[in-house]
Every structure is written in structure tokens, then in C-alpha cells.
Design a protein around this ligand. Structure first.
Ligand SMILES: Nc1ncnc2c1ncn2[C@@H]1O[C@H](COP(=O)(O)OP(=O)(O)OP(=O)(O)O)[C@@H](O)[C@H]1O
Ligand SMILES: [Mg+2]
Length: 429
């Protein structure tokens, strides 16, 4: 027959188990490390009180390094060892984790597996302890430990049973916290990617909508502009050299030729929707672009420093379009250095891309303008239509390529293009 004392203890024991179990279940998805610490702290405090002990700890196995992390250390000197590490197999906790079995130590002085490293460092004196493994899906992932019964008594088998039950709940709680953390990290990444894709989508939708509208208008105004320009030229020819209307006609001619160029650019942009893919020798393409530009560059006192990897892999693309994109980028760099200067052109095969970098040391772009420069009709120039980079963007989208523009006002600009080596398979996705 059980004594009254034992019966009381049994009842308390049950109550304690039920309470702890309810507590840990209610926090089944611990969603922050702060909450995890709170729950562990509460559970271990309850274990200490129930066993009338002085201190307790929770250890977690760092499976990558094999080391043991002190997740929680309660008691007088707990603060000193919290977040410290034990070597694999070190001390009683190390043994318990390696062997997956609970241990009761009545007197640590007589226990060879005990490590007094932390006691020596903190001045705490461990006399007796109980340590049980934390197991999840049959793998030991850590241990919990309760230290020094206050009245000098020994830990009992009943304590082991109780701590084992508590350990099961704690192991699940820790596992959930880790799972949650992983989910959260993945989610953060996806959120970033989503935002990027969304921005891209908005840009292309907006560009397509504006381009459609403008193409319609351009088509309508094309003929009238040609007529105005043509008649103005004939009138100018028919007027005497000093006629007072001559200068007005010159303005009309200048403006109509600007409008004609705009209409041409818009037409060209609309034609960019169709791609003619073919295998292209990139070294050859880049050298051709450079040679086409060299007379313009030498006129503008611009020196081009080329750093093109030899034997770049052949790549499938629309040769005319990619050449056009590079020319628009180089043209912008030239225009950014009206007094001349250096443009660097670098090309490398990087992973699954050919990376082309065009760098200039011109006037640069202010940060608040960087976001909009790919949009149509955004220009800081009196002569530009603001369509050059819109065209570049359209071409790169056609090639599933990426563009990155870095610039600081007054210092210069770096435009990086990543062209996929295997565009064909990318197109099939
Ligand atoms: N390398 C660069 N350095 C400084 N500013 C640049 C550079 N590239 C682009 N920009 C800025 O971005 C704007 C948009 O460029 P984009 O090529 O689309 O149009 P544009 O050059 O103004 O006109 P267009 O190319 O149609 O003749 C430019 O007006 C300029 O303000
Ligand atoms: Mg331009």
C-alpha cells in the first residue's frame, strides 16, 4: 500500500505533468526564439520547484559541428554558461546525448563522466544531478538536466520518469520552433523574390500599355509630320536668303525631324516584340559593336577600354537586337561624358550567363531617378526621346536576360547585362 505522503506526491506528480503537458501543447508552434526561451524557462522552473532543486539546463545538439549548445541555464550562475558550448561527448550532458540514456548522479565527486569545467569557471558547486535525453523521431537532439536537490536528497527513478515526459514535450517544442524558423526564412526569401517579380511585371505591363498607346499615335502622326516637313523644306527653298520667315521654317524643320526620329524610335520599339534567334559568336558581336562606334568615340575624345574574355561560348540570341541594346547603353555613356573620358567594356562567361559590363565615369544618375529610367519617355536630355533604355529593357526581356544599373550622381554608371547561355531551354520553361 502506498503511504499518504507518496499518494500526495503521486497526485501532485500527475497534476504537474498534466499542467506542463497542457502548457507545452498550447505552445505547440513556438514562433519566435524569445517565446521558446520563455516556454523552456517556465517548464524548467516548474521541474526545479517540483524536484526541489537549485538549478537546471537545456542542451541542444548542434548536429553540424557535433557540439552541444547550452540553450538555457537557470540557477544562481546560469547566466554565465547560457549560450556556451560543450565539446562532443563532454560531461554528463555530452554522455547522455551520445548514448540516448538518462543518468542520475548522486555525487559528482565519484562520477568520472562529470566535467567540472563550468563549476570551476563560475564558482558554482554541482553535487548531484539528473539528466535525460531529448529525442525526436528516434534521434537524440539534446538533453535536459536538473541540478542539486535542496535537502541533499538523491534524485529518484520517479524524477527520471517525470523529466523524461517533460523532455518529450520540450523536444517537440524545440523541433517546432526550428521548423517555424525555417519556414519564416523561406518565406522571407519568397517575399523578396515576389516583390522583385511584381516590380518586373508592373514595369513590363506599364511599358506595354504606354507603348501600345504611343504606337497608335505615332502611326497617325507619321504622315502629317512628313507632309509638314516636306512642305516646310520646299517653302524654305523658295524663299530668298534674307527672308524674315526663313528662321521660322528652320525651326519647323528642326522640330519635324526630331518628331520623325521619335516616330521612328517608337516604330522600332514596336518591332522589338519579334525575335529572330540564332547561334551567335559573342566575341565577334562585341567587336563589331566596338568597331561601329569607334569613329563616334574618337570624335568625342572617348577611349574605350575593352576587357573581353577570349573564346566566349556561342550563344543563342537575336544578333541585331543585342547589338542595338549595347549601342543604346554605350550611347548613353558617351552622352554622359560630353568632355570625353573612358568607357570600360568587360565581358565574361559567369556560371550560366555571359555577363557584359559597361562602365563610364560621367555625370551619373541620381538615386531617386534610377527607378524610372527604364520607363518610356523618361529623359534628362533635350535631344533624347527617353526610349533608349526602354528598348534595352524590351530586348533583354525577349532574351530572358537581366539588367542591373548602378550609378552615383557625378561619379559614373555601371550597366550590367546577364545573358543566359542556354536561352533555348529557358524559353521552354
Ligand atoms: N550612362 C548614363 N549616365 C548618366 N545618365 C544616364 C546613363 N544612362 C541613362 N541615363 C539617364 O537615363 C535617362 C534615360 O535614358 P534613355 O537611354 O532611356 O533615354 P535618353 O538617352 O534620354 O534618350 P534616347 O536614348 O531615346 O535618345 C537619360 O536621359 C539619362 O538621364
Ligand atoms: Mg539613350
Amino acid at each position: 500500500m502506498k503511504s499518504k505522503d507518496n499518494m500526495m506526491k503521486g497526485l501532485n506528480n500527475d497534476l504537474y505533468r498534466r499542467e506542463l503537458s497542457a502548457l507545452l501543447k498550447s505552445s505547440a508552434l513556438i514562433n519566435s526564439s524569445l517565446q521558446t526561451t520563455d516556454v523552456l524557462n517556465f517548464a524548467m522552473k516548474a521541474a526545479e520547484e517540483f524536484m526541489e532543486a537549485e538549478a537546471s539546463s537545456v542542451f541542444e545538439l548542434d548536429s553540424e559541428k557535433g557540439e552541444i549548445f547550452v540553450r538555457l541555464a537557470r540557477g544562481e550562475k546560469g547566466g554565465f554558461i547560457q549560450a556556451r558550448r560543450l565539446k562532443p561527448g563532454e560531461g554528463i550532458a555530452g554522455w547522455v546525448i551520445q548514448n540516448g540514456e538518462p543518468v542520475i548522479v548522486e555525487d559528482v565527486q565519484k562520477e568520472g563522466r562529470f566535467s567540472d569545467r563550468f563549476d570551476k569557471e563560475t564558482g558554482f558547486r554541482t553535487r548531484s544531478l539528473i539528466c535525460v535525453p531529448l529525442t525526436i523521431r528516434e534521434k537524440t537532439v539534446g538533453a535536459i538536466q536538473v541540478i542539486n536537490k535542496k535537502n541533499g536528497a538523491s534524485f529518484t527513478e520517479e524524477d527520471t520518469e517525470l523529466l523524461t515526459a517533460l523532455g518529450q514535450q520540450i523536444a517537440v517544442a524545440l523541433d517546432n520552433a526550428k521548423l517555424y524558423q525555417r519556414l519564416e526564412e523561406n518565406f522571407k526569401l519568397t517575399e523578396k523574390e515576389l516583390k522583385f517579380t511584381q516590380l518586373k511585371l508592373i514595369r513590363s505591363e506599364r511599358s506595354a500599355a504606354i507603348a501600345n498607346l504611343v504606337q497608335g499615335v505615332a502611326h497617325e502622326v507619321r504622315n502629317p509630320i512628313m507632309s509638314i516637313g516636306g512642305f516646310a523644306a520646299r517653302m524654305k527653298d523658295g524663299l530668298g536668303k534674307d527672308h524674315k520667315f526663313r528662321k521660322y521654317l528652320e525651326i519647323i524643320l528642326k522640330e519635324t525631324s526630331r518628331l520623325e526620329k521619335l516616330v521612328e524610335d517608337v516604330k522600332e520599339l514596336s518591332e522589338m516584340q519579334t525575335v529572330y534567334l540564332q547561334p551567335v559568336d559573342m566575341n565577334n558581336l562585341l567587336l563589331k559593336v566596338i568597331s561601329d562606334y569607334s569613329p563616334i568615340m574618337s570624335r568625342q575624345s572617348i577611349h574605350l577600354e575593352e576587357d573581353i574574355e577570349e573564346g566566349l561560348p556561342a550563344i543563342t540570341l537575336d544578333r541585331a537586337q543585342i547589338s542595338r541594346a549595347l549601342k543604346n547603353i554605350i550611347q548613353n555613356s558617351i552622352e554622359a561624358m560630353p568632355m570625353g573620358g573612358i568607357i570600360k567594356l568587360k565581358a565574361r562567361a559567369v556560371d550560366s550567363h555571359i555577363r557584359i559590363k559597361v562602365e563610364d565615369f560621367g555625370i551619373g544618375i541620381n538615386e531617386d531617378e534610377l527607378d524610372s529610367i527604364l520607363d518610356p519617355f523618361v529623359t534628362s536630355k533635350t535631344t533624347g526621346a527617353g526610349l533608349g533604355l526602354t528598348m534595352v529593357y524590351q530586348i533583354l526581356m525577349n532574351h530572358k536576360a537581366e539588367i542591373n544599373i548602378k550609378s552615383s550622381g557625378g561619379k559614373g554608371t555601371i550597366v550590367t547585362l546577364d545573358l543566359p547561355l542556354n536561352l533555348k531551354s529557358e524559353m521552354e520553361i
